[in-house]
Design a binder for this molecule. Structure first.
Ligand SMILES: Nc1nc2c(c(=O)[nH]1)N[C@H]1C(S)=C(S)[C@@H](COP(=O)(O)O)O[C@H]1N2
Ligand SMILES: [Mo]
Length: 516
């Protein structure tokens, strides 16, 4: 090929410069796209379009594995992968840009792809392509500028060729411009998205009666045991949101509609005229593996869903409430569960503070006894009364069960995993939960011994986890402890191992440690 043979004469330094220029040009696409997205919506930035598209295209099982292995670092992994991808793309495009504008063509193709992905984002209008188009135009301009040196032929026409010094100068300017554009875009985006100030002004309603006090008896005196109430900053987080939805108190409305006698639209002024209640409830994620950390207990302040539904008048043939968030997540919850005496809540505060933004500010659902994905909609703005044979929640269309009560389970917290402890009287302790039923027994086994019944801390309520402990005389060596919980229906946690998909993991938790 003629172009190839021409390229073969280009010195190494020029090829390197071409690649470096391509990388900066590729970064420019994202940076300018980020800045311009401020004018449309942060969701239209090429970075978020690509990120959200990848999430949508990732098979649920793979996402599941990533979330249970990396927790909230899943987004870091996603953005790092996109970073690596765009780096390699820039490297290639810059290197291939020669007499023939192969790099330019690659940039244009990339732009077309991202623009198409932007157009099919939920809620996208034609404006969604603007940041990508602007980014690609800036990227191609940068590519042309920064590959002038690598494309020039100093041997034949030295005066026309771009000098190495010019390249370095333009390279530095373009890099600084890309960094500045990205930073400015990010700062403004964050400002637009930030509801921190709004949250700081939010008044937590005072419940007529506070939640039952957390008496010392519900806590066992064991170093390293999980505290009974989880601090907000330690509370696990699971959601599909790439950028946290920004909903200000004044903008929030909850629409209750569908199979109801009268549609209801409530704002915070309406809510604040009602009686607030306070409950301590343990929330659990269906993705929590046996022994995992995807659960937490908080004091929630809010309003009884059953009162709101009663006001709207739920029609007899309805059996599901499809709750939706401002970012398109949804959960299908049985009407029965929302209206029985378990006190399902529209929660507006967590441990006495406005809901943290990542936990659903300004309002979310909290339903005792159901895994979060079928009940705990954060940033909730819509309750549609419907039927299970007509509607599906977000995860239900992705292979998870439509109904998912929390399974009875125990976890070993002490000794820590692979810890070394003194032999003799070893304290083994942990948690067990069976929301709405309550824990009545936890049994422990060491190295395949007979099961022994552990001591239980006082029960706060059937909707919260319960601490347990047992002291076991152990000689030096490695030990494996297993635990199993029994709930008030008499059912004991099954030994049968099952993955979280489709309705929650099963199996006995175990822990390995060493006594010296
Ligand atoms: N809007 C929205 N709400 C959501 C989710 C989500 O992805 N988006 N995830 C659900 C899941 S799977 C769980 S386990 C809980 C987690 O709540 P947390 O992040 O406050 O712990 O929120 C639920 N509510
Ligand atoms: Mo979850």
């Amino acid at each position: 090929m003629a172009a190839e043979s021409t390229r073969a004469h280009v010195p190494r330094t020029q090829l390197l410069a071409g690649s470096a220029g391509g990388v900066v040009a590729a970064a420019m696409v994202l940076a300018v796209g980020q800045l311009v997205s401020v004018l449309i919506t942060p969701l239209s930035s090429p970075l978020l379009v690509v990120g959200n598209t990848i999430i949508d295209l990732t098979p649920p099982a793979v996402r599941e594995a990533i979330i249970s292995n990396f927790g909230s670092n899943d987004k870091l992994i996603l953005f790092s992968s996109i970073g690596v991808g765009i780096f390699i793309f820039g490297l290639l495009a810059g290197r291939l840009e020669g007499r023939r504008p192969i790099g330019t063509t690659l940039f244009a193709l990339l732009g077309l792809g991202v623009a198409a992905a932007a157009l099919v984002r939920p809620g996208a209008g034609i404006g969604y392509v603007v940041p990508t188009v602007a980014g690609v135009v800036a990227g191609i301009a940068t590519l042309r500028l920064l590959t002038r040196y690598s494309r020039s032929q100093p041997s034949t026409s030295p005066t026309l060729g771009e000098s190495r010094r010019d390249f370095v100068k333009f390279f530095a300017i373009a890099t600084a411009a890309a960094a500045a554009a990205f930073a400015a875009g990010k700062i403004i985006t964050d400002k637009i998205l930030s509801v921190a100030a709004d949250r700081a002004r939010f008044l937590v309603p005072t419940p007529l009666r506070p939640a039952k006090p957390v008496v010392p008896a519900v806590t066992l005196d064991v170093p390293g045991i999980t505290p009974f109430v989880t601090a907000n900053r330690d509370f696990y987080r699971v959601d599909t949101a790439l950028t946290i939805p920004a909903v200000a108190e004044a903008d929030w409305e909850l629409r209750i509609h569908g199979m109801v006698d009268r549609q209801l639209v409530l704002n915070f002024a309406d809510l604040r005229r009602r009686e607030a209640v306070e409950r301590i409830i343990t929330l659990t994620c269906v993705s929590n593996p046996i022994g995992g950390n995807l659960l937490g207990t908080a004091r929630w302040t809010g309003y009884l869903i059953r009162d709101l539904l009663a006001e709207a008048g739920v029609q007899k043939s309805a059996d599901m409430v499809l709750s939706s968030s401002s970012d398109g997540f949804s959960a299908g919850t049985p009407v029965e569960v929302l209206t029985d005496d378990r006190d399902a809540l529209l929660a507006v505060a967590m441990n006495g503070e406005p809901l943290p933004i990542e936990h659903g500010y300004p309002a979310r659902l909290i339903v005792p006894g159901l895994y979060g994905y079928v009940s705990a909609t954060k940033w909730v703005i819509d309750l549609e009364v419907t039927r299970f044979d007509r509607a599906n929640g977000y995860w239900t269309t992705r292979g998870w069960s439509a109904k998912a009560p929390i399974k009875t389970a125990a976890r070993v917290d002490v000794p820590a995993s692979f810890a070394t402890v003194d032999s003799g009287a070893v304290v083994i302790a942990g948690l067990a939960w069976a929301q709405t039923r309550g824990i009545t027994k936890v049994e422990v086994q060491v190295d395949g011994s007979d099961w022994r019944v552990a001591e239980l801390a006082g029960s706060y309520s059937n909707d919260t986890w319960r601490q347990w402990r047992i002291t076991w005389d152990l000689g030096p060596g490695n030990h494996t402890v297993r635990a199993r919980a029994t709930d008030s229906t008499g059912a004991t946690q099954t030994e049968q191992r099952a993955e979280p998909m489709p309705d929650g993991a099963t199996g006995w938790p175990s822990r390995v440690f060493t006594a010296r």
